[in-house]
Ligand binder design. Structure first.
Ligand code: MGD
Ligand code: MGD
Ligand code: SF4
Ligand code: MO
Length: 747
């Protein structure tokens, strides 16, 4: 075990403050687990300030606005403080009544049990959000009521899942670029190599720090000599630092990737020895991309062919080199194909699982649930498991790839076929204002539920519209917790007592479990659950109390594990795939009847695929790039809200002129499906003919019975469910069409 030295313990006193060293994991929300120091005033017992922990290897003292504004979050007057209930006929009305924790838990358990008894296994559906702390929690709640069904509500599971699915099919596990994050001594570690070139593709990492990846790590590599290629329609800050910026048309990543892969193959710029020894399917892959013409591919993307070839050569000839993907790859109907084609570049380049390349991910000490989810699935019978939505129709769902597919869940809830789904548990997601593609459909889904329970920090539009009981959740400063990402195990160490009667997500699930199924919840405290995660499901050499004393722990890390028998449970050399090799043409995908080599198709709506629609809606619309808000959070927090008070749609000056749009003006963003309103921001960082609209906005200061005004500004109304890629993964969230025009006075 390689540990960095901590000069101070987990708790200490300093200048009238009691200081706690902890790691930040939501709520409030974030994907990260940065080390933070929480300063609590010893006289008032209140949290007064937050600082980045300079000794935590993860963020090395860095901090961003969401953690800095934690005190404003914790003591905000609108935070949920007590459990509350409301009569079913009062859904949508601000008629909440405070109740005790006992009554709240009793009601949730009684109502969800009734649904299960009436409609059978699977009829309770848990809604989960993005990778925050509350990730294993809703999954476990569903299984307590005999249900395998947990869902997101983003069409095509278009966040992370498309990439992850393809990586698993081709190489047996997820992978990430190596920027020294596996080592506690970071950039000084002797076995690490700084990448010569990093390709940042469809990601804005210094803003989004997504999926356990702190964006500043790339900046640290740049300081140590790394050059960048950035693939983004927008000129982001990171794109402006690049040697090559590939400013493609949204949704054409697969065409761009085929063009780059073809350049590498045709020019012999790949690691023939690695391909020969460790890959299968090269010829099939080559035959598939041979049919595409370079000029056609370049023209499709809107980027000059020579620029694309230059980027391909730069990546292929740099040693080491890596490619970092973001969510914009997933947010296209072609998402899995884009991810597959880009992954092919990584595999044939010979940079896989090498220092400074793209490395395979494994759970630290085999600890799974706190970093992902799925706790409870093992308690279900085979019959119950087969009630998973899509189990019989979708082989990848049957295989356990990301629980359900939201587009299918919506259909089943509304039709009641093959069986009704009538109980909902919402923990850590704001379905209507954020996650839900086509929120009108999700309103129908939630409306037809016999019972809806929820746990959140705030009264959200979703909870106000649909919940019957709501529970108040503690922030990470107010509780203990355990986090296991791929690089380390970190603990959350409680610094203050919760405000009001807030409880942690883990304690909430424990209370529900204890009441509903004591046999499946034999734990007297949340700490016992963490002990179980560490030592029964995982192989950690410490229990939770000891983990808290360490605050973080970095397990040993090896490169080139395929040569050491470390990537397969059977200890054989190679990869966790049927052939034991990296499958450039995945045998599993072929077996399931899916295309397993690169191909190109236009987005569902685009200038090329729907020219008539394009005439009426001449702007290619991206929805929802990351800002310093975390999704739909933070609209109540002054420090965050003042940075972006209203939802903005970004357009290029030429389009502003063409369509008569003025800076700061409210406009309609509209397509053939629906419309919403946003405020115009004119910027050269967005290219002519394209626009970017904000997602996740609502107005917590607004009328609760108007659902805080979320509906008018929600750009996901322009998106449709049911147009995913052939595997069910990926949907065109960031590549649709629209027109933008000024609102009339009085509208
Ligand atoms: N149009 C469009 N839509 C999008 C996107 C886009 O780019 N464009 N992005 C999509 C993506 S990638 C994602 S992942 C989804 C995210 O969608 P969601 O996960 O639904 O994100 P939020 O809307 O912020 O909802 C999270 C809710 O959980 C609460 N919360 C935060 N921390 C905790 C906690 O620890 N415990 C509990 N119980 N609650 C907590 C917050 O207060 C908030 O109400 O949105 C998707 N929606
Ligand atoms: N501050 C903050 N951080 C977050 C979140 C948040 O809401 N706020 N959300 C978290 C979540 S759930 C996620 S999934 C991650 C996502 O994190 P990122 O992957 O960084 O997501 P985005 O910023 O939405 O998109 C990245 C870039 O893709 C570009 N883009 C748009 N369309 C296309 C396209 O068709 N092709 C290509 N190549 N690029 C395109 C956008 O211009 C944008 O700059 O961030 C996480 N971190
Ligand atoms: S990325 Fe920012 S908000 Fe997230 S844990 Fe780190 S400092 Fe906090
Ligand atoms: Mo996401």
């Amino acid at each position: 075990m390689e540990q960095s030295k901590k000069s101070l313990p987990v708790h200490w006193d300093e200048d009238g403050y009691s200081v706690t060293r902890t790691t930040a994991w939501s709520g409030p929300g974030c994907h990260e687990g940065c080390g933070v120091l929480l300063y609590v005033n010893k006289e008032t017992g209140k949290l007064e300030k937050v600082e980045g922990d300079p000794e935590h290897p993860y963020n090395q003292g860095h901090l961003c606005p969401r953690c800095i504004s934690l005190p404003q979050t914790i003591y905000h007057e609108q935070r949920l403080m007590y459990p509350m209930k409301r009569a079913k006929e009062d859904r949508g009305k601000d008629r909440w009544e405070r109740i005790s924790w006992d009554e709240a838990i009793d009601t949730i358990v009684a109502e969800l049990s009734k649904v299960n008894e009436t409609y059978g296994p699977g009829s309770v559906l848990a809604f989960r959000g993005t990778g925050r702390d509350a990730l294993w929690h809703p999954d476990k709640v569903a299984t307590l009521f005999d249900s395998p069904n947990t869902t997101g509500t983003l069409s095509g599971n278009s966040c992370y899942a498309p990439r992850a699915m393809v990586y698993a099919m081709q190489a047996g596990c997820f992978s990430v670029i190596d920027v020294a994050q596996f080592f506690a001594d970071r950039y000084d570690h002797p076995r690490w190599k700084c990448p010569e070139t990093i390709v940042v593709w469809g990601c804005n990492p210094t803003v989004s720090n997504p999926d356990n990846f702190f964006g500043d790590w790339i900046v640290q590599c740049m300081k140590r000599g790394a050059g960048l290629v950035v693939v983004d329609p927008r000129l982001t800050w990171i794109a402006a630092q690049a040697k090559v910026w590939l400013n493609l048309r949204p949704g054409t990543d697969t065409a761009l990737a085929i063009c780059m892969l073809k350049t590498m193959v045709d020019e012999g710029l790949y690691d023939k020895e690695f391909v020969e020894k460790w890959c299968m399917g090269f010829d099939e892959m080559k035959t598939a991309i041979d049919v595409y013409d370079y000029d056609f591919l370049a023209e499709t993307t809107g980027v000059k062919l020579e620029t694309i070839k230059k980027a391909a050569r730069l990546y292929a000839t740099s040693k080491p080199a890596s490619i970092h993907l973001g969510v914009s790859i997933d947010m296209q109907r072609m998402g899995t194909v884009a991810a597959m084609t880009i992954a092919d570049m990584v595999y044939i380049s010979g940079n896989y699982d090498k220092p400074g390349g793209n490395v395979a991910m494994q759970d630290p000490y085999g600890i799974r649930y706190p970093g992902g989810g799925g706790w409870g699935q093992e308690d279900l019978t085979q019959e119950q498991r087969e009630r998973l939505v899509g189990y019989h129709e979708k082989p990848l769902v049957k295989m356990g790839m990301f629980v359900t597919q939201p587009d299918d869940v919506a259909v089943q809830c509304i039709t009641g076929e093959p069986y009704p789904i009538k109980g909902a548990w919402i923990q850590g997601t704001n379905t209507l204002a954020c996650m839900g593609t086509d929120p009108e459909t999700w309103m129908k889904v939630l409306n037809q539920m016999d019972f809806v329970g929820a746990a959140d920090l705030w009264m959200t539009p979703t909870i106000m519209a649909h919940a019957d009981v709501v529970l108040p959740v503690a922030t990470f400063a107010e509780r203990d917790g355990l986090r296991a990402n791929w690089y380390n195990v970190s603990t959350i160490n409680k610094a203050i007592e919760p405000v009001g009667e807030c409880k942690s997500d883990a304690e909430i699930v424990r209370l529900i479990g204890e009441k509903a199924r004591p046999d499946l919840m034999p734990y007297d405290s949340e700490q016992e659950i963490f002990d179980m995660f560490l030592q029964r499901h995982g192989r950690a050499p410490f229990d939770f109390a000891e983990a808290q004393e360490r605050c973080w722990d970095y397990p040993d890390f090896e490169y080139e594990r395929y040569e050491k028998g470390m990537l397969r449970p059977d200890g054989q050399l190679g990869f966790m795939t049927p052939s034991g090799k990296i499958e450039l043409a995945s045998s599993l995908m072929a077996m399931f009847g899916y295309r397993n080599v690169p191909y190109w198709e236009e987005p569902y709506k685009s200038p090329v695929s729907t020219p008539e629609l394009f005439e009426e809606y001449p702007i290619v619309l991206m929805t929802g790039a990351r800002s310093f808000y975390f999704h739909s959070e933070g609209r109540q927090i002054p420090l965050q809200r003042e940075l972006m008070p209203e939802p903005l749609v970004y357009v290029n000056p030429t389009d502003a002129e063409k369509y008569g749009l003025k800076e700061g003006q409210w406009v309609w963003v509209e397509n053939d499906k629906d419309h919403c309103k946003q405020k115009v921001s004119i910027t050269v960082t967005v290219q002519p003919g394209q626009a970017l609209a904000s997602h996740g906005f609502w107005f917590p200061e607004g009328d609760p019975e108007d659902l805080f005004g979320f509906w008018d500004v929600n750009v996901s109304r322009l998106l449709e469910l049911g147009h995913c890629g052939e595997t069910g993964f990926g949907a065109d969230i960031k590549c649709t069409l629209c027109k933008i025009y000024p609102m009339e006075d009085g509208e």
